[in-house]
Design a protein around this ligand. Structure first.
Ligand SMILES: NC(=O)C1=CN([C@@H]2O[C@H](COP(=O)(O)OP(=O)(O)OC[C@H]3O[C@@H](n4cnc5c(N)ncnc54)[C@H](OP(=O)(O)O)[C@@H]3O)[C@@H](O)[C@H]2O)[C@@H](O)CC1
Ligand SMILES: Nc1ncnc2c1ncn2[C@@H]1O[C@H](COP(=O)(O)OP(=O)(O)O)[C@@H](O)[C@H]1O
Ligand SMILES: [K+]
Length: 535
């Protein structure tokens, strides 16, 4: 795996970042040299995002003799917010470089006490005659704001005047680039500490900060990218280990696993047999969508157990599947599985979408069986009623739970503040149950029993739409069944792939059909194009 891939798969806490930097400095890299290097890269990126010469026929006047070019006709006015720590130091170096390149720079530094290195850069910026403003309102005519107030050193709430300043600035709706992370966000959880800058772009430095991958941060982060400043991988490994506990899922990771290669000589039952148990008279569509998600996975054989009255509907939508009609309750939920159904004969079973909470005995039966199981939707609500931890503790085979935050709270009432730290919540839930837990959201997180967490770093709000979760359940089921049939030991990667694939299908569909054009059925039609795009 090349450096780019390795680096993109890592996400760190503030404490880990500090330890890694500590090793770099202990190795001999001067702090000031590193700041110069990092800020130089930020400044270059800002210049490429917002080039000075947007005018097609520029006629710059000659250099003003101080090494600073004078393009007064085509100025980009940049306001730079400078904090007391090294984030502020970075910002000052960026301010200086942009000043030399001909940008019209104004600095707002609402602190008198600065860290030494930051103070030195501050002195130099003053000596160059860069404009300092006392009042944030003086930045209102800027085209662009660079936020260097706080980085991973922020630990306390932002209050009083500074909070008011940030709130006011957020209302201007200016273009904002945040250095490392939007000032005000907690580096690990993405929680807003008092208040935070709303950025359009975040240039994250060196390694992805975990907080940028948490749902609650997204409103503030804008478009995020990593500025790689050559942190030696040996230093990263020394702190995080060869197999970091938290992994940001990249295309490279997926490419290692997809497409699932098939042997030349095989047959349908060797390519995974998935049983879906889903649907009710009330929720018939969920069964179809789950089936279509499973179809997208390429699973060898698909059986779908639905209430008898839904049988012909399912056949018409999924002619390739074996539809099993089940005896139903008065209200049209599955009452029992036909005796002929041997749960032990399937490679995996996915149960839940649309079954209603009447189907308790079905869930009990499925969990009592010795096959990998995915529970979703009402399958999860029934599990919560049965007692999540006590029910799952004795299961010897893989169980995958796919809750959204609401279902998660019902399943794990003792895990507090789920949305405040989704990564920690999913880790705890997986450890407590010995299951694979996939917490749905804008940044879906997947945890396993050994404390590892995978985060899907890209998705689209186009997926926030009824039925898209059903598609995911089918897709996970199909990949799991194929994994079991292929005797693969670790199934969590299959769940991770399904979540990535599902998100990418949403992104691709939204690109072609807009964010409003991605209904769950349309989503299923973009599963295969994602796969072919990978090849
Ligand atoms: N080391 C390097 O060379 C490299 C560092 N890099 C850069 O350094 C950044 C980390 O720098 P950092 O550790 O100095 O912390 P930073 O986020 O700037 O702020 C801490 C300061 O804020 C203060 N403070 C905290 N809370 C506050 C509040 N509520 N209200 C007011 N003040 C508050 C706190 O004061 P104190 O708590 O000590 O009183 C402290 O002085 C990192 O994000 C990256 O940009 C990269 O370029 C790579 C190379
Ligand atoms: N804002 C969002 N950004 C990205 N993905 C989202 C967002 N909101 C929801 N999703 C995804 O959409 C799916 C919704 O699933 P779920 O809540 O189970 O819906 P349903 O039960 O209606 O199918 C999940 O995969 C979730 O991760
Ligand atoms: K910042």
């Amino acid at each position: 795996m090349n450096r780019y891939e390795r680096i993109q798969q890592i996400a760190v806490t503030a404490a880990q970042m500090r330890e890694i930097e500590g090793r770099i400095f202990a190795g001999g890299m001067p702090v000031a040299a590193l700041m110069e290097k990092v800020a130089g890269l930020i400044s270059q990126r800002v210049q490429s995002l917002f080039p000075l010469l947007l005018n097609p026929t520029p006629s710059p006047s000659p250099s003003n003799g101080e090494g600073r070019r004078d393009f007064s006709e085509f100025l980009v006015r940049v306001g730079v917010l400078v904090g007391p720590g090294h984030n502020g130091g970075d910002a000052l170096v960026v301010a200086r470089e942009l000043h030399f390149r001909g940008y019209q720079v104004k600095i707002y530094r609402p602190f008198s006490k600065l860290k030494d290195l930051t103070a030195q850069h501050d002195l130099y910026a003053q000596s160059l005659g860069i404009c300092y403003v006392e009042d944030i309102a003086d930045l209102q005519d800027c085209d662009l704001i660079i936020d260097g107030l706080f980085g991973f050193g922020l630990e306390r709430e932002i209050k009083d005047n500074l909070a008011e300043t940030i709130n006011g600035l957020n209302e201007w709706s200016k273009l904002v680039i945040s250095i490392d992370l939007p000032s005000g966000l907690h580096t690990d959880t993405g929680e807003v500490l008092g208040t935070a800058i709303k950025a359009n772009h975040t240039l994250c430095l060196g390694l992805w900060k975990l907080g940028l991958l948490q749902d609650q941060a997204l409103e503030y982060v804008g478009k995020a990218e990593l500025i790689d400043f050559d942190i030696p991988l040996a230093d990263v490994t020394a702190i995080l280990g060869e197999m970091p506990q938290i992994q940001r899922v990249t295309k490279g990771f997926i490419k290692e696993h997809l497409p699932l290669s098939r042997p030349a000589v095989t047959h349908k039952y060797k390519q995974g047999h998935l049983l879906l148990i889903c649907g009710s008279r009330k929720y018939a569509g969920g069964a179809i969508l789950t089936g279509l998600g499973a179809r997208g996975s390429g699973v060898g054989m698909l059986s779908i157990a639905v209430p008898e009255s839904l049988k012909s509907l399912l056949v018409s939508h999924l002619p390739e599947a074996l539809i099993i009609g089940c005896e139903e309750t008065e209200s049209g939920a599955i009452a029992s599985l036909p005796q002929a159904v041997d749960l032990g004969s399937y490679d995996a079973i996915a149960c839940g979408p649309g079954i209603t909470t009447e189907a308790t005995t079905i869930v009990e039966e499925v969990l009592a069986n010795n096959k990998p199981v995915i529970l979703d939707a009402d399958g999860l609500n029934i599990l919560a009623q049965l007692g999540t931890i006590s029910t799952l503790q004795n299961r010897q085979v893989t169980t995958v739970l796919t809750p959204h935050a609401g279902e998660f709270k019902r399943l794990f009432p003792d895990i507090e503040n789920v949305q405040q730290n989704r990564v920690e919540a999913v880790k705890k839930a997986a450890e407590l149950t010995g299951s694979i837990v996939l917490l749905k959201g804008a940044r879906t997180a997947i945890g396993n029993a050994s404390g590892k967490v995978w985060i899907i770093p890209e998705s689209t709000p186009a997926l926030a739409r009824g039925g898209s979760g059903d598609v995911l359940t089918g897709l996970i089921g199909g990949l799991l069944a194929q994994g079991v049939a292929a005797n693969i030991n670790s199934l969590v990667e299959r769940v991770v792939i399904a979540a990535w694939w599902h998100a990418q299908a949403g992104i691709l569909a939204a690109k072609e059909r807009t964010e409003l054009g991605v209904d769950a059925f349309t989503l299923t039609q973009f599963l295969n194009p994602v796969l072919s795009g990978l090849l």
